[in-house]
Design a protein around this ligand. Structure first.
Ligand code: AP5
Length: 208
């Protein structure tokens, strides 16, 4: 999880090399990753989206992941490390990428270091969206209502039981990454309770 912007002659004039967002379910990782992807033209590598696609396509990975995801648990490190490593090899990642929802365990963070090192790159910064946990269930409910209003399919893990489990998984397995990355000097914390545009501005200031 890291990122920075640097001066370039293309697109909006700046390019993100690699950025990664850390934060609990509903913190706004996907929202911010999508905004930066549209603005700077580099891909969002969301392990959640990749796994949901695998489930929808009925692949072997999707079959293994479905029941775990539906219950709000974490898919095995082995599976997500492999899909991220493979995804980074795709041509559109050459200019940089935004990691969204990965790594999620200390084991994944260690694997990511090895993966990036083998591809001759490294993390530059990790951005943690700091949020009030009490607001997250309401954000999930809003997303469900908006999805229904738009005629879309509600995520199978956007229900109170699975969401509660996702929050527990976050505190037990993912929150320790804040300390992990603080020790490396890469961690930057942002107020994720601010309005979306303000969060984006704060991220861009850090990445510059
Ligand atoms: P994943 O898809 O990554 O879900 P998540 O981490 O639970 O995160 P969400 O997508 O719920 O939230 P978000 O932070 O992206 O918030 P969003 O921007 O949507 O993972 C799903 C599952 O896949 C996992 O449970 C696990 O099973 C598996 N998985 C994925 N990665 C894995 C890994 N690395 N290892 C193992 N298993 C893995 O925003 C939420 C809502 O809030 C939206 O409605 C949005 O409009 C609103 N909002 C956003 N920002 C703001 C703001 N600033 N103010 C007000 N509202 C806001």
């Amino acid at each position: 999880m890291r990122g920075y912007l640097r001066n370039q002659n293309s697109g909006a004039g700046k390019e993100i090399d690699e950025t990664d967002f850390l934060g609990p379910p509903g913190a706004g990782k996907g929202t911010q990753a999508k905004i930066l992807t549209e603005k700077y033209g580099i891909p969002q590598l969301s392990t959640g989206d990749m796994l949901r696609s695998a489930v929808a396509a009925g692949t072997e990975i999707g079959k293994k992941a479905k029941s775990i995801m539906d219950a709000g648990g974490l898919v095995s490190d082995e599976i997500v490390n492999q899909i991220v490593s493979d995804r980074i090899d795709e041509p559109d990642c050459k200019k940089g990428f935004i990691l969204d929802g990965y790594p999620r365990t200390v084991g994944q963070a260690e694997a990511l270091q090895t993966i990036l090192s083998s591809k001759h790159t490294k993390l530059d910064a990790v951005i943690e969206l700091v949020v009030d946990q009490n607001a997250l269930v309401d954000r999930m409910k809003t997303r469900v209502a908006e999805t229904i209003a738009a005629g879309g399919k509600v995520r199978s893990d956007d229900n109170p039981e699975a969401f509660a489990k996702r929050l527990v998984e976050y505190s037990e397995k993912t929150a320790p990454l804040s300390q992990f990355y603080a020790k490396t000097g890469l961690l930057k914390k942002i107020d994720g309770m601010a309005p979306v545009k303000e969060v984006t501005s704060a991220i861009e200031k850090i990445l510059h």
